[in-house]
Design a protein around this ligand. Structure first.
Ligand SMILES: C[S@@+](CC[C@H](N)C(=O)[O-])C[C@H]1O[C@@H](n2cnc3c(N)ncnc32)[C@H](O)[C@@H]1O
Length: 204
């Protein structure tokens, strides 16, 4: 665990724009976000921005045999770390902005859950919107998308993120803040991807 923190801090000092935080997600928040992962069946779960694998471990703890756990990570050092320490994890080295093509290349079909800890509020609004739309489109009709937002994020950018989420999902729910996390954070849990559950003209 300390090895993970050291690796994370080194990358955060070099690329704060990618990590958005100097420390990995804490266990309590990791367990809370992983709770969206179905416990039954053999779901395909995609994690956006796996870092040193804290959320990957919490996701794995819920998955049964035959499930697929895929992590998309843009940073080469994190990718190497994840492949070394978590050989069971299917790590795709690439940008979450290219999610559909990365998943197609890896032979991943419909996705049951997307768990994200990407620093959405640091992205330019147009990029944020395009990436969220692409992510929503990979989900099954009963799929779920969950993302972390820290309470230290700029409120206007969080509002824009929520507007984007509401544009893609019928049901967007914030959780209560998890004060034990550093920094404190909450989740947005989103269900009902509009592209899959509404007729084309209504989904826009
Ligand atoms: C806030 S850190 C979270 C890491 C880890 N999941 C955790 O919860 O501790 C964000 C992670 O997303 C990765 N990342 C940032 N932008 C990305 C992108 N466009 N595509 C894929 N990964 C990205 C960063 O390299 C970093 O590992």
């Amino acid at each position: 665990m300390l090895l993970g923190h050291g690796t994370f801090l080194r990358r955060a000092l070099r690329r704060p724009d990618l990590t958005g935080s100097p420390v990995p997600t804490g266990t309590a928040l990791a367990v809370e976000i992983a709770a969206v992962v179905p416990r039954t069946g053999s779901p395909t779960v995609v994690e956006l921005g796996a870092g040193t694998g804290v959320l990957s471990d919490a996701i794995r703890a819920r998955l049964g045999p035959g499930s697929r756990s895929v992590a998309v990570e843009v940073d080469a050092d994190f990718v190497a770390y994840l492949r070394r320490t978590r050989p069971w994890l299917e790590v795709l080295h690439g940008d979450a902005a290219d999610l559909s093509s990365l998943l197609t290349e890896a032979g991943v079909g419909t996705v049951d859950a997307i768990v994200s800890s990407l620093p959405w509020t640091l992205l330019p609004p147009a990029q944020r919107r395009a990436m969220l739309a692409d992510a929503a489109r990979t989900l099954a009709p009963d799929g779920v998308f969950a993302t972390i937002t820290t309470l230290t994020a700029v409120p206007e950018r969080v509002r824009d993120l929520v507007r984007c989420l509401e544009g893609e999902f019928l049901d967007v729910r914030p959780t209560s803040p998890v004060w034990r996390n550093l920094p404190p954070a909450r989740l947005y849990v989103c269900r009902g991807p509009r592209h899959a559950v509404l007729p084309v003209e209504e989904a826009g």
